[in-house]
Write a protein that binds this ligand. Structure first.
Ligand code: ARG
Length: 601
């Protein structure tokens, strides 16, 4: 079979030792140097960054200037930032990691890594598995609240973005050994259920026998109920009573509610199934029972006030307060989110809670995060844990520059969208004669991997805050920064290894990597930067950094492959191993982006 999923392909071997990223390892050496050279200066964090200009070094340490500012005028023997930098260099412990270090400008310490060390690290990874490269994050358990569509309302492109971005963040954190709770905060509670339940009773008298699925298109059902709700006063009254019965826990209403939810759930599941995304549903209804006591906690702290008949929390710097109990006494989106946050902090003991929604909801999140800070649930300092983060994203636009929709309807049916991507890929593969070369199953699986991967990658490669235009032709192009190009690039590397006729598992054990050619060294160095890119993408919640990295790696590989003969050369073993290391890193990137790699094209 040409297509194996990552889980069967490289089940991460038991992790012997996690070294942390290369940057973290380097930072440790610098930390020791700082302690040795400046034992009296406390509270200095090592500042290590990738060199802006690779001609000067691979990494640089930027501590000298700020250290100098700390110690100058206090009777220090040092005469300026340069000597401070020199002292740092002199105190870096001997390590096979570093080849040389030098001073530039006002005390920048440029560091060149040892070629042998890079080579050895790559070889070790090939044997022990890439999981040993996982970055170390200061978080034990994270909640990622993503996807979160609303029952009976459409799951629109915004929810698709949330699903794709949230899944990637969860995967990156999981890779970094964080315990991740993937939460689907489904909108399954609220007054709209009154009219839905009433319509169900009236239009499907046999609903209890399980005929509710006959509702078919739940969205249409929603629209029709809403129309009637707005036009028919009697119906409206019955609907409002239905809400009271539901919230009062009436068995029959609960059953009707759960049937309606079930229909939506099956629809949502079709999208999740196609995307290979796993989520655990804890909808708004789950937190509903916690709201009264959580609001009581806030009340005891004196946070809740009466305003125009509603109960609200005032937030510094905001003109409008956060409403937590509406004038009619009902709870709302914010009261649910406060209860959910309380639950996640206290019951689930999460130290990082991440919410993935469109930027339009930024204000809502800012407000209730601020309320939680006032309540003392969260530390005042943004960088301390437990921490909450809102991961906002922009709109998906159509060719006309307006909100993305299809010709016929207001909303895009997500399942149709994914099917179209897949079908287009299938046609492209057929055009290239693959239907004759491959089994029907191979064709199907490859079209799926490439089609869905293309949709995901087109979304993830942009900085999430910017709007992007949905364009099949662009995302399915096999040139440029697309999933198609990258998946094919990976498959090509696999084919180089296959065609060499060498047993790569054998080579891993017996062979060694050299990195004599500058293009080999560059590729090797960048492969080793994988963990710090994941770390940065996690810390800043920016999956596009990983996409950028993946694309750069494939460019580095092309350069290497153009300038260095692999098969049949004197360096064949080393270079085949470098090919394999590139393929392993690319596959891990695909995996973290939720994309299934292909092995042959
Ligand atoms: N259901 C909401 C929507 O469709 C998203 C929920 C996001 N999560 C949260 N905890 N507020 O807009």
């Amino acid at each position: 079979v040409s297509l194996r999923t990552i889980s069967t392909m490289e089940k991460d071997k038991e992790i012997k030792e996690i070294t942390g990223s290369q940057k973290q390892q380097l930072a440790k050496l610098i930390e020791e140097a700082l302690k040795a050279a400046f034992p009296d200066v406390s509270d200095v964090q090592p500042l290590v960054a990738i060199c802006n200009d690779p001609r000067h070094g691979d990494y640089q340490c930027n501590n000298a200037m700020s250290l100098w500012n700390k110690i100058k005028g206090k009777g220090t023997q040092f005469k300026g930032p340069q000597p401070v930098g020199k002292a740092i260099i002199e105190n870096i412990p001997a390590s096979e990691m570093i080849e040389s270090s030098s001073i530039a400008g006002p005390g920048f310490v440029n560091i060149v890594l040892a070629r042998q060390w890079i080579a050895k690290s790559l070889q070790k990874m090939l044997i022990d598995g890439i999981a040993t490269w996982a970055p170390k994050l200061p978080v034990k358990r994270a909640v990622v609240d993503f996807s979160s569509p609303n029952i009976a309302k459409e799951m629109h492109v915004g929810h698709l973005r949330s699903t794709i971005i949230g899944d990637t963040l969860a995967r990156m954190l999981e890779f970094s050994n964080v315990d991740v709770l993937r939460r689907n905060h489904v909108g399954d509670w609220g007054t709209q259920f009154g009219m839905l339940i009433e319509s169900l009773f009236e239009e499907f008298p046999n609903w209890e026998a399980g005929s509710a699925p006959a509702i078919g298109d739940l969205e249409e059902f929603y629209k029709a109920s809403k129309k009637r709700f707005d036009a028919d006063a009697d119906f409206k009254e019955r609907a409002q009573k239905a809400v009271v019965s539901l919230q009062g826990g009436d068995e029959k209403y609960r059953m009707a509610w759960s049937q309606i939810c079930e229909i939506s759930r099956n629809e949502f599941q079709k999208v999740y199934g196609r995307l290979g995304v796993h989520l655990e549903e804890k909808g708004e209804s789950f937190y509903n029972p916690y709201i009264p006591s959580v609001l009581e906690l806030l009340n005891e702290k004196g946070l809740i006030q009466e305003s125009e008949g509603a109960r609200v929390i005032f937030i510094e710097g905001k003109k409008i307060p956060l409403i937590v109990v509406k004038r009619d006494g009902g709870y709302n989106y914010a009261s649910t989110d406060l209860a959910a946050l309380w639950y996640r902090l206290n019951e689930e003991k999460a130290d990082w809670i991440i919410y993935v929604t469109d930027v339009g909801q930024r204000e809502h999140f800012e407000m209730f995060f601020a309320a939680a800070k006032r309540a003392g649930w969260l530390p005042l300092n943004e960088n301390d844990y437990p921490k909450t983060s809102h991961v906002g994203f922009g709109l998906v636009l159509g060719e006309d520059g307006k909100r993305f929709r299809t010709r016929s309807t207001d909303v895009v049916k997500l399942v149709d969208l994914l099917d179209e991507a897949k079908n287009r890929c299938k046609s492209a593969l057929e055009e290239r004669g693959k239907a004759k070369e491959w089994t029907a199953e191979e064709l199907e699986q490859t079209a799926e991997a490439v089609g869905y991967g293309a949709v995901k990658y087109a979304d993830l490669k942009n900085n999430r805050l910017t709007n992007y235009t949905f364009n099949f032709d662009q995302m399915l192009n096999d040139k440029g920064n697309t999933a198609v190009y990258l998946l094919y690039a990976h498959a090509r590397i696999c084919s180089i290894i296959r065609k060499s006729g060498k047993d790569i598992e054998e080579l891993k054990k017996s062979g060694a990597i050299d990195l004599a050619h500058p293009d080999e060294r560059t590729l090797g160095l960048h492969l080793l930067q994988f963990a710090e890119i994941v770390e940065e993408a996690c810390t800043n919640l920016l999956p596009n950094l990983l996409c950028e990295y993946l694309y750069n790696i494939s460019e580095d590989f092309t350069k290497f492959y153009t300038n260095c003969q692999v098969v049949g050369s004197a360096e064949e073993t080393s270079r085949l191993l470098l090919c394999e290391a590139t393929a392993v890193v690319m596959r891990k990137c695909f995996h973290l982006l939720g994309i299934t790699p292909v092995y042959k094209i």
